[in-house]
Design a protein around this ligand. Sequence first.
Ligand SMILES: [Zn+2]
Length: 81
Amino acid sequence: MNEDCALCNGLWREYAKATTEHVRLLREEESPGWDLARFRKLESEIDVAAGVRARARIAIKIHLSKDHGEGVRSVASAQPD
Ligand SMILES: [Zn+2]
């Protein structure tokens, strides 16, 4: 990553935010006292959060490859978590 690049900084912030949200939901799922309706709602929220996180990560890889010439091969093999 390039610390002087505004796009890098923005993408990393988005990824950090998505990761925080994903982890928060996973912790909530583990917390006691859930009922089935809440669990189902959490599961779909976790799916969405995982997708957002994976896309943010891929966006970073694509940007690094395209604009900074880094990690070209890893973009092709980029996998969501
Ligand atoms: Zn950049």
